[in-house]
Design a binder for this molecule. Structure first.
Ligand SMILES: C[S@@+](CC[C@H](N)C(=O)[O-])C[C@H]1O[C@@H](n2cnc3c(N)ncnc32)[C@H](O)[C@@H]1O
Length: 266
């Protein structure tokens, strides 16, 4: 039964229409984003969710947007154990992380697999903004050597653990550092750079492009409105990149989507 149907009779109809259809699941944790109108009913909503889903041990509510450099929202515990550490399984890979302290978007699993599937054994790959490793681990599992750059120290620790958990630690170098300085930090160029760029850091595209060998590939993620895409494409081409593909991979707010540009350096 869907959450809305379970709550009919408990939550008034005028509030029920504000209930989101979906929620975000990371491992055994469900993350809701409840509208302020649902404040009085949040415990009932979370308890219904907990009762409906046997695999969920904690229900959280996002009380802010993603914020700060770590790109993590503030969360309140609505029901369950309150433990924010979980184990998420994605296409056979296992990720341990603390959802309250490290960014993780479980809706990007297929996109990560799409990119990993293009990687050939022996490639040198750079992943700035690596988080707890959901791009890094599957790419290393393809036989690539991966340099993972991440500014959140806790994310680096989870990433190192996830590399061991998935038995790819020998092919991953985790660097706790600022991706904005990657050209100075890393004295090499790469066959492929995968940049899951946080909101507002688009200026990194030029540096990311410099890190790619001629003939290599840059997968660059950015948050944009559809009518901004053509100008962006021209800007990347002016940097010496050939856009092979540009596709939407998720909505982030009304009118704004996450886009990925797959580009080859000429
Ligand atoms: C959009 S998340 C992507 C995380 C991960 N790749 C994933 O898909 O789950 C951005 C990540 O970049 C990190 N970050 C933000 N600013 C950074 C910077 N200047 N240098 C390195 N990492 C940074 C954040 O801590 C966060 O883990």
């Amino acid at each position: 039964m869907r959450l809305k149907e379970m709550l009919r009779g408990t939550v008034p109809e005028e509030s029920l229409v504000k209930l989101p259809d979906g929620y975000h699941v990371v491992g055994e944790i469900a993350v809701l984003s409840l509208a302020p109108e649902l404040e009085d009913y949040k415990t009932e909503i979370a308890t219904a969710l907990l009762n409906q889903c046997n695999h969920i041990h904690t229900v959280l509510n996002k009380t802010s947007r993603l914020e700060g450099e770590r790109r993590v929202a503030r969360m309140e515990v609505l029901a369950g154990t309150g433990n924010t550490i979980t184990t998420h399984k994605e296409f056979g890979f296992i990720y341990h992380l603390d959802v309250a302290r490290v960014f993780f978007n479980s809706r990007l699993g297929s996109e990560r697999m799409r990119v990993a599937a293009q990687v050939r054994a022996g490639e040198d790959v750079l992943v700035p903004f690596a988080g707890s490793g959901p791009f890094v681990v599957p790419i290393a599992a393809r036989g690539a050597r991966v340099v993972a750059l991440e500014k959140n120290r806790e994310a680096c620790l989870w990433l190192a653990r996830n590399a061991r958990q998935n038995r790819v630690e020998e092919r991953i170098e985790v660097i706790h550092g600022d991706a904005l300085h990657m050209a100075k930090l890393l004295k090499m160029d790469f066959d492929r750079v995968v940049s899951p760029t946080p909101y507002g850091l688009d200026q990194i595209a030029e540096t990311a492009s410099q890190m790619v060998k001629p003939g290599g590939v840059l997968h660059f993620y950015t948050f944009k409105k559809r009518d901004q895409i053509e100008a962006l494409r021209r800007g990347y081409e002016d940097m010496g990149l050939v856009v092979m593909q540009c596709r939407r991979c998720g909505n982030v707010s009304p009118g704004v989507s996450r886009w990925v540009f797959d580009m080859v350096k000429s």
